[in-house]
Design a protein around this ligand. Structure first.
Ligand SMILES: [Mn+2]
Length: 431
């Protein structure tokens, strides 16, 4: 593993919290993700299933976690099945967890090789009434390939059609929305690595550089800081490209006079950071660019103030929308009387600010969690307003990651330069 060790207490507590949500005689089975193929014998980099990682800390393919709190045999209450390692496997594939390492890393006492799963399963199913299976129930997921969880679930329901099958996902969404101290520590690290990359860029961006060169600088800084790379495809969008919300081709030249919108974040120990900054390619904003930037910044500060326990996402978005309306009027983008007479179901500000302000952040960039749940301490939300003016070839988005606390919130990216004067000063100092 590239990242330092994580306290097994995190995973022990996560399993304990999961177990508390189960009715009697419940068996839960979690599968790791597949290694996804590309072409010929090529594969994509392995990415662990976030729920399996959350409950075990195992970052290895072909792993199965079983949670069965009421099992008659104590050694069957938690079992981790792992791909067998040996001297031969070590030589050909490299390091895989030994049983001792797995025990230490996960806090699970019973570690078995994957081979044993098919012989142990009948004994578990014999005692179980409810079987909890996992599935990707993210509100915006569009999944065309069959996951290992789905494949296993199909097979199991055919082999054991008379059990009660239940969804693990709502429980995981509920638990994962609230981050523990150890998770926050890992997320801070992801944010700090992202900070380093941004500061590096302030000395690198100038007229004539290609967007992909900037992308390369980001990946370089991430990798040398023990991140496995960007948590999602970096958006490096100069000039009018900034108005394409999911621009990832990153293949244009940054021109003198353009604003460059960048949305990127480091992965660390499977946790994500999610940052957006918009900087002048030549190191100095024009008056208009600065006015738009300051407007977005005011919206961001207003919105951050509302990311506090007790608020709720719909009301929050409505409040941010009204504040944004006023800023767009001041920028002469909207007309006051048009706004007064607008259809409340289709507010005019959406022409210039067409996405949501906040989403959950954690193991996944658009992390799981019930969308309409009232804000609580321990939740981490992004705060990312933007103004996109296609007719001016100008888009500005600013984004920080905010931890809701007992006494308000904490900006996990408070150290990352944000004010216009700081950005300009740091860009000039470095050229
Ligand atoms: Mn985001």
């Amino acid at each position: 593993m590239r990242y330092g060790s994580i306290s097994p207490d995190l995973f022990i507590q996560n399993r304990r919290r999961f177990t508390q949500q189960l009715p009697p005689a419940s068996l839960a089975i979690f599968q790791s993700n597949d290694i996804m193929p590309t072409n010929a014998d090529g594969t994509m980099a392995f990415r662990q299933n976030s729920d399996l990682f959350y409950l075990s800390g195992v970052d290895q393919e072909e792993s199965i976690l079983v949670i069965f709190p009421d099992a008659a045999l104590p050694q069957y209450r938690e079992i981790l099945f792992l791909k067998e390692t040996s001297e031969h496997i070590l030589v050909w594939e490299g390091y895989k967890l030994t049983k001792e390492q797995a025990r230490e890393q996960t806090g699970v006492r019973t570690i078995m090789w994957l081979e044993s799963f098919k012989t142990v399963l009948p004994a578990l199913m014999n005692e179980a009434e409810n079987v909890y299976l996992n599935s990707n129930e993210h509100i915006r997921a569009v999944v065309e390939v069959e996951t290992r969880d789905a494949r296993f679930g199909k097979w199991l329901r055919e082999a054991y059609p008379l059990h009660q099958y239940r969804r693990a996902a709502p429980i995981l969404h509920h638990l994962r929305a609230i981050k523990s101290d150890e998770e926050i520590r890992l997320m801070r690290r992801a944010c700090d690595i992202t900070d380093k990359a941004f500061r590096r860029l302030l000395g690198f961006v100038k007229p004539g550089v290609m967007e992909y060169e900037i992308e390369a600088e980001i990946s370089h800084e991430f990798l040398r800081n023990a991140s496995r790379g960007p948590a999602y495809g970096s958006i490096i969008a100069s000039g009018a490209n900034a108005c394409i919300l999911h621009y990832v081709s990153n293949d244009r030249e940054c021109k003198d006079g353009d604003v460059l919108l960048m949305d990127f974040g480091a992965e660390y120990a499977n946790y994500a950071a999610d940052l957006s900054r918009s900087i002048p390619v030549n190191g100095k904003f024009t008056k208009r660019q600065r006015d738009v930037y300051e407007a977005v910044l005011r919206v961001m500060k207003f919105a951050t103030g509302k990311l506090i326990a007790g608020n709720q996402i719909e009301e929050y978005h409505a409040a941010v929308g009204s504040f944004m309306e006023q800023e767009l009027i001041k920028l002469d983008l909207l007309n006051e009387s048009d706004v007064r007479n607008q259809d409340p179901a289709a507010p005019l500000y959406k022409k210039y600010f067409m996405h949501g302000t906040s989403h959950y952040l954690g193991l996944d960039v658009h992390d799981v969690g019930a969308k309409y749940r009232v804000f609580e301490p321990g939740m981490v939300y992004t705060c990312e307003p933007g103004i996109y003016i296609r007719e001016e070839g100008l888009g500005v988005r600013l984004e920080n990651d905010i931890l809701i606390t007992n006494s308000g919130n904490e900006d996990l990216m408070k150290n990352i330069p944000l004010e216009v004067d700081d950005i300009e000063r740091l860009m000039q100092a470095n050229r």
